[in-house]
Write a protein that binds this ligand. Sequence first.
Ligand SMILES: C[S@@+](CC[C@H](N)C(=O)[O-])C[C@H]1O[C@@H](n2cnc3c(N)ncnc32)[C@H](O)[C@@H]1O
Length: 240
Amino acid sequence: MQYFWDWAVRPLLRTRGVKRLLEIGASQGGNTDRILTAFPSLSLSVVDPCLDVDLTAKYRDVPAVTVYPGRSLEMLPQLRSTYDAILIDGDHNYYTVFNELRLIAQGGLLAPGGMILFHDVGEPWAFKDMYYEPERIPEESKSPHAPHGVLTAVEAFRRQFPTNWVWMRWRDEHGLGCLFDPRSRWERLALGFKSILWQGIRWRNRLGRWTGLMPSDVIRWGRNLESGGQPCSRSPKDAV
Ligand SMILES: C[S@@+](CC[C@H](N)C(=O)[O-])C[C@H]1O[C@@H](n2cnc3c(N)ncnc32)[C@H](O)[C@@H]1O
């Protein structure tokens, strides 16, 4: 997530006035520390099985942070709060991410007007599974015929739980995805307009790439930005 902090995550947390944030997958707390430094008044809940560091000990004297030491699929049903922002960067596989989203939706964990940010919705984990603890994932979900990947999970969730949330994705550095619950009709229009604009930029940049008439940094933006969301275009068996 570090790559996205300055130009995507921090501005989004600021402009959307996030007060309560849930972080799923914190590793050694690098991202948690950045959030705390930039937003000292924010209340931060962290769900992580503490495979890398004992986060409970690390944040024992930090009142803004509540650590839920455990796996997301066990911890999310126990949460009673709502969150303005949820960062998903835990176990990067279809089974976990789809069920995290299902539990967030069914438990009403996202506050109205909130947003969910995802890391690893680009290569290599968009369509491929990674397991921190393979023995905890059902065998059938690991089969080559099961759907795999973080992006595949987001797309399946959006098909099975239709909402008016707007989806955007940056592709570089393993990918950052955002699901926004628009706060008003105007914000929805603005996000939709941005999506169309970005799609336009992609096409303009594709043309630029083909004709050689565009500066390379603009081309890079066009190549890496994607919005609006597409149905999963790969068959699950390709995604092992
Ligand atoms: C990629 S790291 C997170 C990095 C962190 N977001 C950052 O930017 O510093 C993924 C973390 O997810 C945690 N994790 C693994 N399985 C998990 C699960 N089922 N629920 C929640 N967290 C999990 C691991 O402990 C690991 O530290």
